[in-house]
Design a protein around this ligand. Structure first.
Ligand SMILES: Nc1ncnc2c1ncn2[C@@H]1O[C@H](COP(=O)(O)OP(=O)(O)OP(=O)(O)O)[C@@H](O)[C@H]1O
Ligand code: SF4
Ligand SMILES: [Mg+2]
Length: 339
């Protein structure tokens, strides 16, 4: 993996990325609404960090914030996103362009949203290489072909000459992976990278992605609804609920011994170790609207352990080796996923 400006500093802190008190507000037709609230976490070198939570909990917004990919006019970001000595929350657009795709890259749920229909896939990958390494067109194209080869595409040179529309969903996702990893970034943001694919090839593509990330020394933030996948592949996991982190810890501990009632609800959706990979089961009730958030604990309207003190602000604190946003965590004996 190629080094960036301050490897010693990153090694010293043992963090690739350090996010502190990230807040994000978005503007829609009804005005501004805060969708991320004091999100803090870090990513370590070579780790796969899982991020789970129901739809609308803020997982994609967290990833998009790291690369500042929201429409600028309609998004307000505050807090620290420390990456290689720079705060990406306030870095210039020029610096962000140098970072995107080179040092931090992203794989989206739907590859067509990231591929340009009017250029061949070879041209698109080569353009990423040229932009960041300044090599000749020929050299960049050869690297693109090698990248397509590395993701298991049988005729990479032919594929390089095709337009995205000519490819199957699985092929497009392989192209996305090739494009995301061609510059051997330090960090890959993988947002539901296989959800749009046929279930029979999901596991295959995910294995490929993680294998290549390991080869290139790339840390991965893996956003997924698939708790089985998290259990199999991640080192640590973060649970998000209503724009906040509610629990963070080592995967095995969080799965067998969740400390937050919401995480426990999610973990109950892994019925047994032999079940194939699957999605989240439903927890009674609905995620509250960002415009109508309950005071104190945001999970309060759905929590079977609620008491009066839950209407006070809950802070993320260390409990039983995890970080947990629930003052009752120590008293509760929650069940995790069945062994
Ligand atoms: N432009 C916008 N204006 C206002 N709110 C928005 C906008 N875009 C997204 N949101 C809201 O931000 C919240 C977080 O969305 P996000 O896409 O991060 O959820 P998610 O956890 O990735 O969900 P999913 O699992 O469905 O992908 C959602 O409630 C969504 O409605
Ligand atoms: S703070 Fe109260 S309502 Fe919230 S998760 Fe803990 S027990 Fe449930
Ligand atoms: Mg999402």
């Amino acid at each position: 993996m190629s080094a960036m400006a301050a490897p010693a500093e990153a090694a010293a802190s043992n963090r690739i990325l350090e996010i502190r008190d990230l807040n994000l507000s978005l503007r829609d037709d009804h005005g501004w609404v805060q969708v991320l609230n004091d999100v803090s976490f870090s990513v370590r070198p070579n780790e796969i960090l899982g991020m789970v939570g129901e739809s609308g909990s803020g997982k994609s917004m967290t990833a998009l914030s790291i690369l500042r990919l929201h429409a600028k006019r309609d998004a307000q970001l505050s807090g620290q996103i420390q990456f290689d000595g720079h705060n990406l929350a306030t870095a210039s657009e020029g610096r962000m362009r140098r970072i995107r795709g080179r040092h931090v890259s992203m794989i989206f749920q739907e590859p067509m949203s990231a591929l340009d229909p009017v250029f061949t896939v070879g041209e698109q990958i080569a353009e990423t290489v040229r932009r960041h390494f300044g090599v000749s067109r020929k050299e960049a194209f050869e690297r693109a072909v090698a990248a397509l080869d590395s993701v298991g595409i049988a005729s990479p040179r032919t594929c390089a000459g095709l337009y995205p529309m000519a490819l199957s969903g699985g092929m497009r996702q392989r192209v996305m992976i090739a494009m995301a990893l061609v510059c051997e970034p330090k960090l890959l943001l993988a947002d539901e990278p296989t959800t749009a694919l046929d279930v029979t090839i999901q596991a295959q593509i995910m294995d490929l992605l993680l294998e290549l990330a390991q080869k290139t020394g790339t840390s991965v933030l893996l956003i997924t609804h698939d708790l089985g996948l998290v259990a199999e592949t991640c080192d640590r996991v973060i649970t998000m609920y209503a724009g906040q982190i509610v629990e963070e810890g080592r995967v095995r501990d969080v799965i067998s011994n969740p400390q937050h009632p919401y995480t426990a609800g999610l973990m109950r959706s892994i019925p047994d170790a032999h079940r194939p990979r699957g999605g989240l089961s439903s927890i009674a009730g609905r995620v509250p609207s960002f415009r109508n958030m309950p005071e104190g604990c945001r999970f309060r309207p759905r929590c079977e352990f609620v008491e009066a003190a839950c209407s006070q602000t809950q802070r993320l604190t260390e409990t039983g080796g995890h970080l947990v946003r629930c003052h009752r965590a120590r008293q509760l004996s929650l069940e995790g996923a069945p062994a």
